[in-house]
Design a protein around this ligand. Structure first.
Ligand code: SAH
Length: 228
């Protein structure tokens, strides 16, 4: 591990205080689920960012990560997580591993997480997860793949979260959701903005759809990118 990374793995008093302030900020912005807020208060977000961002890692903003991608705003992570109504033991399929921060939040809430990323450069970093948050490592499995396909062999899932802008609800993912399961997905409304949707699968396989706020995600792209 490089010197920069080792330094970034220190979770000091300042980080803890900044995290507490972030939790208050997110509560002020409308996040009400105490378990979600506690998870945000516990997971060191700066571990999942380049050490250059160490001091600003707890601002409610997105940052660049490798492979031209971004880590979502903490508000977005908290918002999507709250909509999922996670119960301990839920099997969750996450599309768009990115920085692994959202992954860690889901696992911290007691979920078993199956997370798929299409960028090889980001998947190669997932080996660090067990160093960053060792207590969560047994709950998470990482996959290099095209999230449009999901993971049919491990389906069905209790919950599915998509963390990239989807053109519409991917049919194969819908098939991999349990009856009464929940999918949280940002679906394109304009070229640059997405509407957050929560879909609950009814007994007949149809969706109960609830619409939430507008967000701006990086696009969900087809196929895998082998470039490091
Ligand atoms: N939850 C992540 C969000 C990262 S941004 C975080 O907060 O760090 C969205 C991620 O989705 C990117 O890493 C992007 O490469 C990935 N992605 C886009 N299309 C995908 C697809 N079809 N399958 C899997 N991952 C995809």
């Amino acid at each position: 591990m490089s010197e920069g990374k080792r330094l970034a793995l220190i979770d000091g008093y300042t980080h803890i205080k900044l995290r507490e302030a972030l939790v208050l900020e997110l509560a002020g912005k409308g996040i009400t689920d105490n378990a979600v807020l506690a998870a945000i208060g516990k997971i060191p977000r700066h571990f999942f960012l380049d050490s250059a961002f160490d001091k600003i890692a707890y601002e409610d903003r997105a940052f660049p990560i490798a492979s031209g991608q971004t880590i979502s705003h903490p508000f977005t992570v908290a918002y999507q997580t709250e909509l999922l109504k996670i119960k301990p033991g839920d099997r969750i399929l996450e599309i768009g591993t990115g920085s692994m921060y959202q992954t860690a939040i889901l696992a911290e809430l007691g979920a078993e997480v199956f997370t798929v990323e299409r960028q090889k450069g980001l998947v190669s970093k997932t080996k660090q997860f067990k160093k960053l948050v060792p207590h969560l490592s047994p709950s998470v499995r990482f996959f290099f793949g095209d999230g449009f396909n999901g993971i049919p062999d491990l389906s069905p899932f209790d919950k599915i979260i998509i963390t990239a802008a989807a053109p519409k609800v991917p049919e194969k993912l819908w098939e991999q959701l349990k009856v009464k399961g929940i999918m949280v997905i940002p679906v394109d409304e304009t070229e640059t903005e997405q509407r957050m949707l929560r879909l609950t699968k009814k007994k007949d396989g149809m969706a109960k759809t609830e619409s939430f706020d507008i967000f701006s995600f990086v696009p969900m792209l087809k196929g895998r990118n082998q470039n490091k």
